[in-house]
Design a protein around this ligand. Structure first.
Ligand code: RB5
Length: 149
């Protein structure tokens, strides 16, 4: 299951992503927002990030105007590695190297067609592990306050 969230500025892109995934038979949970009425992006980042961190969703996809605010908010949740992407290479590499678990995009930044490509790349690219796992473990240490170097 893929958890989806957006603020008003990401709403339309989130709707396109939802349709795209549903057409592929991928289960989604749409955690809002449900219109273009102005809202606050942390209110949508948080539930999606909690769901992913709890293992109740395989991945999350979050959209706001730039993708920046919603990615900053999601990354405050322990265990979340939310990656803001606007190109295919980054969408691939953030899975391969960062084991990113949330893809963030800006509805006012990226064209819909490219955004759907990034979604497919993100969801279909495996983590490489190895030295990249060591680096991710260091991120977790920073998060837990156990990093000392
Ligand atoms: C909303 O106007 C906008 O600030 C928000 O969607 C996002 O771009 C913040 O980072």
């Amino acid at each position: 299951m893929i958890a989806l969230g957006a603020d008003h500025a990401g709403y339309e892109l989130k709707e396109l992503i939802k349709k795209h995934l549903q057409e592929k038979g991928i289960q989604v949970e749409d955690m809002g927002t449900y219109s273009t009425d102005s809202v606050d992006y942390p209110d949508y980042a948080y539930p999606v990030a909690k769901k992913v961190a709890a293992g109740q969703a395989e991945y999350g996809i979050l959209c706001c105007g730039t993708g920046i605010g919603i990615s900053i908010a999601a990354n405050k949740v322990k265990g979340i590695r939310a990656a803001l992407c606007a190109d295919e290479f980054s969408a691939e590499m953030t899975r391969r190297h960062n084991d990113a678990n949330i893809l963030c995009m800006g509805g006012r930044v990226i064209k819909a067609e490219l955004a759907l490509k990034l979604v497919d790349i993100f969801l279909n690219t495996p983590f490489e592990g190895d030295k990249h796992l060591r680096r991710i473990n260091k991120i977790a240490e920073i998060e837990n306050g156990t990093y000392d170097k």
